[in-house]
Design a protein around this ligand. Structure first.
Ligand code: K1U
Ligand code: ZN
Length: 190
């Protein structure tokens, strides 16, 4: 997909569909799967993200891409087809999370500090691995997307209500939440 197409295929925001649906497992890893992965990586970079789930660009399949090195301006894209978390530590970790589908909102979210997961690669080969730190957080965030869950579902009801109010107002005005006249002074809620 070229740059202009990637822009058209931009990630969908809260209220633009597919965010509350379960994504479908990939039955056969084929050329179309590999093309979708490449498109997702391009969309992730175009949006300055460190992760992206296929549902965020309107493809309800269980595929995620990630590049934690993107934070340092380097490129080391990874992909995970049909990712499944097989173990979560009891120990929890708190990270400040953002989401391309809920732009300009950053909130602290508590998740398992370590996880074990398995997935298929672009050749259909199964892998198992253990993750911690931002990789564990980002994987949980992206797998949540595949299950119709957003990071704001992990914050307090009050903060979530404020996020939703901000989005509804901005949507009515047809502008990004950050451009809404009465936007909060900070990206944080509460
Ligand atoms: O899934 C998404 O919406 C992408 C999201 C992933 C994520 C971020 C933080 C914690 C967990 C999951 C993002 O990539 S938001 C953008 C972002 O985090 C970032 C981008 C450039 C530099 C530094 C951070
Ligand atoms: Zn997200």
């Amino acid at each position: 997909m070229g740059g202009a197409d990637a822009e058209q295929q931009r990630h969908r925001r809260l209220g633009e569909g597919h965010h509350d649906e379960d994504a479908t497992p990939v039955e056969a890893v084929d050329a179309a799967t590999r093309k979708l992965i490449d498109d997702m990586v391009e969309s992730m970079y175009a949006a300055d993200g460190i992760g992206l789930a296929a549902v965020q660009i309107g493809a309800p399949q269980r595929i995620i891409v990630m590049d934690l090195d993107q934070r340092e301006g380097k490129r080391n894209p990874r992909h995970f087809i049909n990712p499944v978390i097989t173990w979560r530590s009891e120990e929890l970790a708190i990270f400040e999370e953002g989401c391309l589908s809920v732009p300009e909102i950053w909130e602290e979210v508590e998740r398992a500090a370590k996880i074990k997961a398995e997935y298929l690669d672009r050749e259909g080969k199964r892998h198992e691995f253990e993750a911690e730190g931002l990789l564990a957080t980002c994987l949980q965030h992206e797998i949540d997307h595949l299950n119709g869950v957003l990071f704001i579902d992990h914050i307090s009801k009050l903060k979530r209500a404020m996020v939703m109010k901000k989005f509804t107002k901005a949507a009515k005005k047809g502008v990004s939440p950050a451009l809404a006249k009465d936007k909060e002074p900070s990206h944080h809620i509460g």
